[in-house]
Every structure is written in C-alpha cells, then in structure tokens.
Design a binder for this molecule. Structure first.
Ligand code: TRP
Length: 434
C-alpha cells in the first residue's frame, strides 16, 4: 500500500495529465467518424454547443469532488453513506469494461505502426483490415502489448509513470498532429474537406445527432467514469479547478477540430467517403498513405500520433480501478497493476476475438466488442455522470457562487448541476436504452 497518498508534482503536471486523459482515440478516431456519419458541419455545431454549455458542469464537478474528498470513487460514495458504496464501485467497473475495448483499438494501432515500419505494400485496406481483425492470434497479442504498456506506466506511480508518460507523449502528439495537418491542407482540393467540416447544412439536423453529440462529448472529455475524480484526488492544495476545467475543454476541442482538419481535407482530396464509420482511420486513411510518396513514413507518424494519444488516455482509464484496489484492498500499486493486467486481459481477449472466431457469440444482438462499447457509453457512463452530478449538487453542495463572481451565472450553474444536467443525462440514458 502506498504510504502517503500521492499528489501531482505541479499544477502544469496535473493539467497535462487531465488533458492527456481527455485527448485520445475519442478525438482522432471516434470524433471524425461520428461527425462523418452525422452529416459533417451541422454535427459540429451541435457538438460545440453542448461542449461549451452543458459539459462544463459534470467535468468541473468530478474534479472538485476528487479534490474535496481526496479519495478514490468507492471511498467517495462511502463517505456519504455506506449504502451508496455500490455506486462508487460502478466507476472502476466501468473503467475495466471501457479499457477492454479501448485497448483493442490500441492493439490495432500498434499493428499499423508495425506495417508502416515494415513498409508493407497493401493494395486493398478494406480486405486487409477485415482479415486482420478476424485473425485469432495477432490482434490479441497487440491488445495485450498495449495493455502492458499502459499498466507499466501506471505501475510506476503518479510522478514517475503517469506524469512521465504525459510529459513525453503529449508534446510528441502535438508536434506530429501539426505536421500532418499542414501536410493535409497542402493537398489538392483540401478546401472541400474544410467546407464539409465548417459549412453546416441545417436541414440534416435531427434528434439522433444530439444523442450522438452528447455521447461523444462525455466520452472525449473522460466524463462519467471517475477518471477525473481520481486525477482530482491527487491535487495538492490551492489548484484553480475552474481554469483547469476550461483548459481541458478548450484543448480537447482544439485537438478534435485539428484532427478533423487533418483528416477531412485528405479524404476529400482523394475522393473518398467521409461516412465510412469506425473504419475511417484504419481503412480510408491508410488508402491515402498508400498513394503518396513516402506514405509509409507518414503512416508511421500518424499511427504513432494515435498511439501517444491512446496511451495517455488508457492510463487514466486504468488508474480508476488501480486507485480503488490500492485504497480499498490495501495492496501495493504493483500488486494492483498485476491483478488488473489479468482481469482486463481476460475480458479483452474474447472481445478481440469477437471480430473472428467468437463473431457468432452475441449479447443483446451485439458482438462482445460492440456490447462493451454500448453498455459503457450508453448506460454506465451516463449513470455514473448522473450520480456524480447529484452527489456534487446535493451532498457535497458545490455552489456556483464559490467560484463564479457573476451572480446570474452562478445561479445557472447551481440549477444546471442540481436539475438540468441530471435530467439531460437521464434522458440520454432513457433514449439510449430504447
Ligand atoms: N477521453 C478519452 C478519449 O477521448 C477516453 C477516456 C479516457 C475516457 N478516460 C475516460 C472515456 C474515462 C470515458 C471515461 O479517447
């Protein structure tokens, strides 16, 4: 067991870790494809609207609760009432389930880095990707490798592991992103991609788009799993949470938009489809790399970018169960990491195989991978976020006037936290389940 509760070494380290958690596959893999499936620019308008209004509240609340209690999720709920312990338990449980499919995508990324380094010549990425994910061995090995990398950094602790990984990987991520975005913008007809992103066609507006945008907003900001609560609990004294919340929201949005500006001009320049779904990054984008000079180098850069983003987010996902195990079971970080390695490994292997030999095995008509995605993003995350808002508003009595000077805005915050956001989250949950 860790003798003293660890804290971040500085304010910058904490912000970098929180941004590292938020900026991940959600920005570069999920955001462009969800936007591509939901009509481009009009989705962006809805998404930005939600991010700039509603999302501040749950994000700020999670960080603040962590900062107040200095406990992991289960202890936080227990502090209110031992009867609520099970709600706290849902957070690390959600973390284990999210990581079990998030890390599979991490494994695919490692495979694509390897392909680029090998300079593999693949003529049809659609059939390549289809065959690859059906393979019973290779994707499993890469998933476990990705899991191992995240566990390794988390295992080294807050300062030597998590901070170190963020300090190295986040700058690398930002530099590669800028290089690739400039490259994409220099391609012929790049402006078509920008028009697709920024010229909204409001006739395409529909309810489903709001749901997709809200789900994406929660996922990309890491809300609803206790990750921010856990990171918040490592804050020492006197950290300005309001500023941190804005920094997370603005940088996450900046990186999602930049990822879009990197991806859509290239897609339009090569006359490909922006609405191809989850395969966008693994099928459509590699097709572009195959057609440009030194495409394999660009490909390695691109997938390393994804890798860097995914590792820093992956670490934050597993830190939730790790912190709970250390503090509840009174075991060392090394032991908690070892146990978690096996638990996530055991769940993620059948999920990896659900594209191949376990493809016929379905739960609620979904294969294991899709089921894990569905149960976490449509059920567990809204439930956790809802409970955390209620906890913040009604039990910890977080009040707008304590950090917002403008009285009117402070009142809006209070009403939002106690009523509006919980009702919206409950609505998301209800519609998601129907
Ligand atoms: N936000 C990360 C991304 O965009 C994923 C993530 C990290 C996450 N921690 C989380 C999602 C906690 C939900 C809950 O890729």
């Amino acid at each position: 067991m860790e003798k003293e509760r660890p804290t971040w070494s500085s304010r910058v380290a904490f912000i970098l870790a929180a941004v590292g958690s938020a900026v991940g596959l959600g920005n570069i893999w999920r955001f462009p494809y969800i936007m591509g499936q939901n009509g481009g620019a009009v989705f962006l308008v809805v998404y930005l609207g939600l991010i700039l209004t509603i999302c501040f509240i749950p994000l700020f609340t999670e960080l603040t609760i962590g900062k107040i209690t200095k406990k992991e999720c289960i202890g936080t709920y227990e502090q209110i009432s031992p009867k609520l312990k099970f709600l706290g338990f849902l957070n690390p449980f959600t973390g284990v389930l999210i990581s079990s499919f998030y890390f599979i995508v991490g494994g695919w990324i490692i495979n694509y880095i390897y392909l680029g380094i090998k300079n593999a010549q693949i003529s049809n990425y659609e059939s390549y990707f289809g065959t690859f994910v059906q393979n019973p061995v290779t994707p499993c090995i890469f998933t476990i490798l990705f899991l191992f990398i995240c566990i390794y950094y988390a295992g080294r602790g807050i300062k030597k592991g998590i901070e170190f990984a963020n300090n190295v990987l986040m700058p690398v991520f930002a530099v590669i992103l800028i290089i690739l975005t400039l490259f994409s913008l220099s391609l012929p007809n790049a402006h078509l991609g920008l028009e697709y992103m920024f010229k909204p066609d409001f006739s395409k507006l529909n309810v489903h788009m709001f749901l997709a945008a809200l789900g994406q907003a929660l996922f990309t900001l890491s809300i609803g799993m206790g990750a921010l609560l856990t990171y918040g609990s490592y804050i020492g004294e006197d950290k300005n949470i309001t500023k941190t919340t804005y920094t997370i929201i603005f940088s996450d949005t900046f990186f999602a938009l930049t990822a879009g500006i990197m991806i859509f001009p290239a897609i339009f320049s090569f006359g490909l489809e922006p609405s191809s779904g989850a395969g966008l990054v693994f099928i459509t984008i590699p097709q572009i790399f195959a057609q440009i000079p030194h495409g394999n180098i660009v490909s390695v850069l691109f997938f390393f970018l994804l890798f860097a983003a995914a590792v820093t987010s992956g670490i934050s996902i597993i830190e939730v169960p790790i912190a709970s195990m250390i503090e509840r079971c009174k075991i060392t970080r090394a032991k908690a990491c070892t146990i978690l390695f096996f638990i996530i490994g055991i769940i993620s292997i059948p999920a990896t195989l659900s594209f191949g030999i376990l493809g016929n095995y379905t739960i609620f008509n979904k294969n294991i991978f899709d089921f894990l995605d569905f149960i976490t993003s449509s059920m567990l995350m809204p439930i956790n976020a809802l409970c955390l808002c209620l906890l913040g508003g009604w039990f910890f009595k977080i009040k707008g006037k304590d950090f917002i000077q403008n009285k009117f805005l402070a009142n809006i915050f209070d009403i939002g936290l106690k009523y509006v956001v919980p009702i919206i989250l409950a609505g998301l949950l209800y519609i998601g389940l129907n």
